[in-house]
Ligand binder design. Structure first.
Ligand SMILES: *Cc1c(COP(=O)(O)O)cnc(C)c1O
Length: 402
């Protein structure tokens, strides 16, 4: 068996150098933990990357995959398949009667959502997005993303997207033009630094969309499926977007994305208008079906809400203990960002040395997306490690900090 070091060398020589990887090879995962090849255990406060909401390798998900793999791995969408039928019906039911389309990733779900909006728009095509947003890495989603660093060097980008000037209702009103068909937002912005959109802003946004006959699209690829305390953001805010996109946590580790569409909008789509070879394939759909069952049976959205209050308290205490290192904490449910005075990447590396995995969301935000099955003691253990990591990262910089 190749050693961890050998695997890292092979990867770095053969794969495109697109990832700034940490020097860990993950060989095994279960619940809130992952292990490297030397048997070292890590507490994963990032859930892979917002994926393992039900915990890594949840036995129900693994069993669903195993069972399905023995029956049929792939059928194309020229035919019907059982897990897709059951998953579509379940997602439709959970989202109050929306129609469903399956993709393979978040970016692809968002692309499909924009295609649906354009079909529905009959000539209106422009989609507004927000500063600090992130919608994926395809060319169109890079155009939709409201952060310069994801677009640089990829011009010319597809037309039909406009980033409004500020997270502000008046800025949205000003940006609406004759060709605008909708507004795409993350109810809690993830990659852009973990910024929950204010409830008042979302309410006004819904009002603007009603007034101007625009579609409201929620990108819940990261914040959805219980992470922020509700299965969907509409349950928290009492706002009904016409389109919701999902991915990350949906498959419990298997790639799958979904677009949930209000029936009157879905009617714009006819046979041949959109398709995916793998989308809604039996293996991924069986995994997602198991994930939805676990979310429900283990009451994970509610658990995320309760644990979120607890984690928010721990992080606020951290800020008060180190005001010179922590400039602010933001979040909701089990989705948090810690604004740091030191580079967030240094904190991530120091935490890893403590056996705790956290992430970044921009240069100076440490991001926490723990599995929703985590316990209070593990959150305490994790935040203590982040605290030590912060202090060491600051020392490494020659900064103070007592
Ligand atoms: C991760 C993410 C995406 C992109 O998902 P991929 O599966 O990587 O294509 C899109 N939107 C949001 C909000 C995300 O967090």
């Amino acid at each position: 068996m190749p050693s961890d070091g050998e695997l890292m060398t092979l990867t770095d020589a053969a794969h495109l150098g697109t990832y700034r990887r940490l020097p860990v090879v993950i060989r095994r995962a279960a619940g809130v933990h992952v292990w490297d090849g030397e048997g070292r255990r890590y507490l994963d406060l990032l859930s892979g990357l917002g994926v393992a909401s039900v915990g890594h390798n949840h036995p129900r998900v693994v069993e669903a995959i195993r069972t399905q793999a023995e029956k049929v791995l792939h059928t194309s969408n020229l035919y019907y398949n059982e897990p897709q039928a059951l998953l579509a019906a379940r997602l439709s039911e959970l989202s109050g009667g929306r129609r469903v389309f399956f993709a393979n990733s978040g970016a692809e779900a968002n692309e499909g959502a924009v295609k649906i909006a354009r079909r529905y728009g009959r000539g209106r095509y422009e989609v507004l997005t927000l500063p600090r947003s992130f919608h994926g890495r395809t060319l169109a989603m890079v155009a939709a993303t409201g952060q310069e660093r994801y677009r640089e060097g990829y011009e010319p980008l597809p037309a039909g997207f406009r980033v409004v000037e500020a997270v502000d209702p008046e800025a949205v009103r000003r940006a609406v033009g004759p060709h605008t068909i909708g507004v795409l937002v993350e109810p809690v912005q993830g990659e852009g630094g973990v910024h929950p959109l204010p409830a008042s802003f979302l309410a006004e946004l819904a009002e603007i969309c009603r007034e101007r006959e625009l579609l409201l699209l929620f990108d819940e690829v990261q914040c959805g499926l219980g992470r922020t305390g509700y299965l969907f953001a509409e349950r928290e805010h009492g706002i009904r977007p016409q389109i919701i996109t999902l991915a990350k946590a949906l498959g419990g580790g298997v790639p799958i994305g979904a677009i949930l569409v209000e029936p009157h909008v879905a009617e714009a789509m006819r046979p041949g208008d959109h398709a995916s070879t793998f989308g809604g394939g039996p293996l991924a759909a069986a995994a997602a079906l198991a994930v939805l069952e676990v979310l429900e049976e283990e009451n994970l959205p509610e658990r995320a809400r309760e644990l979120g209050a607890f984690l928010g308290g721990l992080l606020e205490a951290l800020r008060q203990a180190h005001p010179e290192l922590v400039r602010g904490v933001r979040g909701k449910g089990l989705m948090w960002g810690v604004d740091t005075a030191v580079p967030a990447g240094d904190v991530v590396r120091e935490a890893l040395a403590e056996g705790v995995i956290v992430g970044t969301a921009g240069s100076h935000v440490v991001r926490l997306l723990p599995p929703l099955v985590i316990g209070q003691e593990q959150l305490e253990e994790g935040v203590r490690a982040v605290e030590r990591a912060l202090v060491r990262a600051a020392r490494g910089q020659g900064g103070e900090q007592g």
